[in-house]
Design a protein around this ligand. Structure first.
Ligand code: FAD
Length: 472
């Protein structure tokens, strides 16, 4: 069976003749973009690599509103950070952005930008989560409706953040309970799946009455989002968050997977995210992949390095517990590489029953994935896809898209007021990524320089481009 699946994949694979041709991430694909877009990208990436801007982003935004007025400061943000990283506010704006991406060979992965739950969410009961629930349903509809040419069924993906639908307090409590021996029977995915499906009351002994009610309401929201997404042929990629929440999030994903990732469903409709910067991720991923295989369930994974490094370490220091994260960047990269290998092998055995998103801006990881896909005979536009953030690493996304791989850009959308705090927090979490975007800046400035002076990239240097802007 395994051999047959592999054979089917091999026969569909892209580059069959000759050796593997590494993709070139040298910015050649920038020719697809306008000069205005490239200039904005360079400016914004430079700004974001400046630590004070990221650290004091929210305060600076408040100051600029006070000094310039909300209209002018809003216009400045729209022309810069918002324009670079956000698709827009209205469905029409998002559609425009997505159509532009499609012409470049890229696909959308919409994400509802939700900030941390406000204190008032606890006090106002379910209202905040119900608001997010409606936003998720609209996001499903938007994901389905924005594509000019949706392509084969099952190509539409969307991100889902569980803590937008259920409180972090509850996820924390469930996580502590899950970690206790013997709790697994009471909190099994089967039991949660049954409660989701039937709508019957679920009583968990470690929770008080109010928490049990909130759990019930959360399960109902998750179930209805998944149901709607399935009906609209939109696959849900559930985000991973902090280690003090992730076990509860995974339990909820497992419950959803039992209902929506069944053998006759056409691949996984609910995916989980695995963070390679955690020491135990490879082992958990291996066990989860095997369990899905045994249960005959489809398995979907978004593989990331992980975004909450500083907070994870701070929490471990604070509680005097072992740091759950890898020792250093190199160890995280090794872990990413092992997880990637594990998943690609798994895809080559299980075919369309196993899907993977290589969600990384890292050129080495992307190169490893494309090489192994070729070696294992995994088709370019099959169960493996790539993911990068809108406005980041276009030299990688464009090169992949032009070569025929399935590439998704994670796209937040919404009003300035909703999105800017979200962006600043993401920038704070991804400081190292923004600082690591230096290569992208160099490639952008080379391309801009080439457009002004003709094709002599060696002459380009960041200082020259700064002079060029001043003289424009
Ligand atoms: C489409 C998409 C979806 C995403 N979804 C999620 C999600 O659900 N959950 C989530 O947590 N993140 C998510 N991320 C963010 C992701 O985890 C990374 O933070 C981000 O992509 C940077 O990693 P990289 O591989 O792209 O780049 P690189 O620059 O190669 O790697 C940077 C990463 O390396 C790790 N790192 C850096 N320094 C150290 C150190 N000293 N010790 C150990 N590790 C270190 C950190 O994880 C850091 O984010 C997502 C990213 C994308 C593109």
């Amino acid at each position: 069976m395994m051999l047959r699946t592999c054979h089917v994949l091999c026969s569909q694979a892209g580059p069959s003749a000759g050796g593997w041709q590494p993709l070139s991430f040298d910015g050649g694909a920038f020719h697809l973009k306008g000069t205005g877009e490239l200039t904005r990208a360079l400016l914004v990436l430079r700004l974001c690599a400046w630590p004070p801007l990221v650290t004091h982003g929210l305060a600076l935004q408040a100051w600029s509103r006070r000094l310039l007025g909300s209209r002018l400061s809003g216009a400045l943000l729209r022309a810069s950070i918002y324009g670079q990283f956000v698709a827009g506010e209205t469905a029409e704006e998002v559609k425009g952005c997505v159509q532009q991406l499609q012409t470049l060979g890229l696909r959308p992965l919409l994400a509802v930008p939700t900030e941390e739950e406000p204190d008032s969410a606890v006090k106002t009961g379910e209202a905040w989560y119900e608001g997010n629930f409606s936003a998720m349903l609209r996001c499903v509809d938007l994901s389905r409706g924005i594509l000019e040419t949706p392509g084969p069924t099952g190509n539409i993906l969307m991100q889902l953040k569980v803590t937008a639908l259920t409180s972090t307090r509850l996820c924390k409590d469930l996580t502590s309970w899950i970690r206790k021996p013997g709790a697994s029977l009471e909190l099994s995915p089967e039991r949660l799946a049954e409660a989701m499906d039937s709508g019957r009351d679920l009583q968990v002994s470690c929770l008080n009455t109010q928490q049990n009610q909130h759990l019930q309401a959360s399960l109902s929201r998750l179930h209805r989002v998944a149901q709607h997404a399935r009906a609209q042929h939109v696959r849900l990629l559930v985000d991973a968050e902090y280690t003090f929440l992730n076990p509860a999030l995974s339990l909820l994903v497992d419950a959803l997977a039992m209902r929506w990732n069944g053998p006759g469903e056409g691949g996984p409709w609910v995916w989980n995210t695995y963070q390679a910067y955690l020491k135990d991720t490879h082992e958990r991923l291996r066990r989860a992949a095997e369990a899905a295989d045994r249960a005959g369930l489809a398995f979907g994974v978004k593989l990331v390095r992980g975004a909450y490094l500083d907070k994870e370490r701070e929490v471990a220091r604070h509680h005097g517990t072992e740091d759950p994260t890898q020792l250093d960047y190199e160890a995280t990269s090794r872990s990413y590489s092992h997880c990637l290998e594990l998943m690609l092998t798994h895809v080559s055995h299980r075919g369309p029953m196993c899907h993977l998103m290589v969600a990384s801006h890292n050129e080495e990881s992307v190169r490893q994935a494309t090489k192994r896909m070729w070696e294992l005979g995994i088709p370019l536009d099959g169960p493996v896809c790539f993911g990068q953030l809108l406005g980041m690493c276009d030299h990688v996304s464009l090169a992949l898209g032009q070569a025929g791989y399935a590439v998704y850009k994670s796209i937040p959308y919404g009003s300035l007021e909703e999105v800017i705090p979200y962006l600043i927090r993401r920038a704070q979490e991804n400081r190292s990524v923004l600082q690591g975007a230096r290569r992208e800046q160099k490639l952008l400035s080379q391309e801009l320089w080439k457009r002004v002076l003709g094709p002599t990239p060696e002459r380009a240097c960041p200082g020259h481009v700064a002079v060029m802007w001043r003289s424009l």
